[in-house]
Write a protein that binds this ligand. Sequence first.
Ligand code: GLC
Ligand code: CA
Length: 556
Amino acid sequence: MENKAWYKEMSVYQIWCRSFCDGNGDGIGDLWGVLSKLDYIKSLGVDGIWFSPLYPSPNADYGYDISDYKSIHPDFGDLDIFRQVLEGAHERGMRVFMDLVINHTSDEHPWFTESKKGPGNPYRDYYFWRKGRGRHRPPNNWDSLFEGRAWEYDRASDEWYLHIFSKKQPDLNMDNPRVREEVKDIMRFWLDMGVDGFREDVITYISKAEGLPSARVKLPAATGMKYYADGPKVKAYLAEFKRDVLDYYDCFTVGEGSLMSPETALGYIREGEEQVLNMMISFSHMQADCFMTDFIQRPFSLRKLKKALSEWQDALFGRGWNCLYLENHDHPRVISRYGSEKYPVESGKMLAAGYLFLRGTPFIYQGQEIGMLNHYLPRLEDYRDIMTKNNYRIARRLGIPEKRALFMAQRGSRDNARTPMQWSASENGGFSDVRPWFAVNPNYSSVNVASQEEDPDSLLNFYRSALEFRRENEVVIYGNYREHLKDSDELYVYERNYEGRKLLVICSFTEEPVRFDAPEGIDLESGEQVFGNYESCFVICNGFTTRPYEMRVYLF
Ligand code: GLC
Ligand code: CA
């Protein structure tokens, strides 16, 4: 018997507030804007909202460097308006999840400014301060994922502090029980206010290997990762948070686990006594056209995508629950990557059906529902994202020519997902009355919410009907998963079965015509075609020849 749970049945909309909707006319998205769009969000048919960090932050990493965990960034509003948003979401039957970033703080967080005062300060041990190896060498050879080495020197104390991300994001020392109490305190603060759970940022990094050893081999990037990814005490700490806090609330957690296999993930999410997270955000299906999270571009490979998706679907069946997504604030737009900018609506619907009908909880990122595309900026200086700049530097250091390195930045930049939301064809895409903080994609005059509201065949309305269908058909939520035509380079085909119902999903990832024959034992004419991205869908000899990026879904 399947363990049913509300978090398995829900779907979630992700908001990256800075680019969602500007409510007070300063060019920056904010919570007044969110409040004004709650009906829109609800109209999508989602059951929850995940907010990327809303807290005060110097924005070295746009909110993922937090300087106060119990407040709201003044650009976004204050706690009062946040409470209104929370209440408004609850009134509409939507839950609210906060981003919990506890691997690191901002270097402007008072804990760190205290800690910097020197050994002996009560906050010194909140972070990793160490002596160097000799005068000029940091304590170990780890790389920062955002800039150069993972250590920053402090002349006053002649010690270095650890930062896996930028030097403005010092790592918290979770081995210190006082730090763990602070985390629990932050969790309680938001849960007591009525928040329904957390998306836990790079949560698998919070426990570092004892002694912080140097890696034996120096890599071109990310040296040292194996000493903090899935570290020795991470599960013990998460179990402690659960026992002391989360178990007292009806809440949910999804962890971010970059570069993790399903087996490793099951160590966190396997249902039963030992479970410490409800779901894990995996990355392998986001690397079908690149290597190392969007960094090194490769041609898109459907085989790679299918392998990743099926591996997780199969491994977690009956044991854990999948987190389904194709976009978030860390990845370029999916139509530009896995679909086709030439067939944005067709491929957008195909991609949507392809993942929304898998087993798991779907997340939809702002703008994905209207098919927002990548926006390639002409110069490196036009980019805001710290990771884009770091990757460019690494590429140059590896001898990659300037033009190619810029091309890689344009394709891989997280900024592709961070351009302002396109609400209408009016100036600035209806995002703001004044010049927005970041470039709006000029395609806003054709790609926007207002025009898609009018059009029953729009991508937006497709997302709505697909989510409604998911809600009304348990086969989509609890059905098993079986992939067909694994060897096809063009088609992704799978079925789901539950209590006598069967769903068959057929997705073409090419504009070329491909003949599809129904798998043995399935008679297409005996089913009802519930979705498609073309009109008049004939079946000939229990199959059909696909049109560009064609998708069909049959229910039996
Ligand atoms: C996560 C966030 C990303 C951030 C990083 C460091 O991967 O999603 O946006 O830069 O953690 O906090
Ligand atoms: Ca604003």
